[in-house]
Design a protein around this ligand. Structure first.
Ligand code: ITT
Ligand code: NA
Length: 202
């Protein structure tokens, strides 16, 4: 069964497809789930996955990915506001802000939230109760993070903040999708997810 990746970000889909190629096909779905106001990527992603699964109908599972760049010297800014900051001031100006600091360390984090309808029926629930009313939803979350250094923009690959995020001498925009997946926040979260997914319902 295909997994519906609910995101407007094609870069995320490319990475998930590359990573999950042997597991399941990944289909991109454009659905604007409510991004709850929260400092927690996990809360945002879990809420989004539940809502998308409920609203989109069909039994195909959904995946949501909420990510952020946390700059140490800027108290974790832009963190959960990373998409807003990229769209407004942009990556180049965030770099200029960070370049004023002696400490250039930063961390990328992502939370993948997966939702499907496979909830075991509880023992006190009758069959007719289970078949009527709202759908049961199971939500599982998977986290990944990577520590790196902010640098002046380099590289043409990747997306978003990749050109200013350096890991082991290379920016993530200088890496192939496979190289980035091997070390990135998303690659790590995808690894956790793939392991759980392969053993689910056993
Ligand atoms: P969706 O919410 O539709 O999935 P988005 O791009 O808005 O897409 P996020 O809110 O999770 O996604 O993204 C936070 C910001 O971080 C946004 O500006 C992304 O471009 C950026 N970002 C996310 N993952 C990244 C990665 O692996 N490398 C570089 N930048 C990334
Ligand atoms: Na977003």
């Amino acid at each position: 069964m295909a997994i519906r990746f609910v995101t407007g970000n094609e870069g995320k889909v490319r990475e998930a497809r590359d990573y999950l190629a042997d597991l399941e096909p990944v289909e991109q779905i454009d659905y604007d789930y409510t991004e709850v106001q929260s400092d927690s990527l996990e809360a945002i992603a879990a809420h989004g996955a539940r809502e998308a699964f409920e609203e989109l109908g069909s039994d195909e599972p959904v995946l949501v990915d909420d990510a952020g760049l946390f700059v140490e010297a800027l108290e974790g800014f832009p963190g959960p506001y990373s998409a807003y900051v990229e769209d407004t001031v942009g990556v180049e100006r965030l770099w200029r802000l960070a370049s004023e600091e002696e400490n250039r360390r930063a961390r990328f984090k992502t939370v993948l939230a997966y939702a499907d309808g496979e909830v075991p029926r509880t023992s006190d629930e009758t069959a007719s109760e289970a078949d009527s009313g709202s759908r049961a939803v199971r939500v599982e979350t998977f986290e990944g993070s990577v520590a790196g250094t902010l640098v002046a923009p380099r590289g043409e690959g990747g997306f978003g903040y990749d050109p200013i995020f350096e890991y082991n001498g290379q920016t993530m925009a200088e890496m192939s999708t496979e190289e980035k997946n091997a070390i990135s926040h998303r690659g790590r979260a995808l690894a956790e997810f793939a392991e759980w997914y392969a053993g689910r319902d056993q």
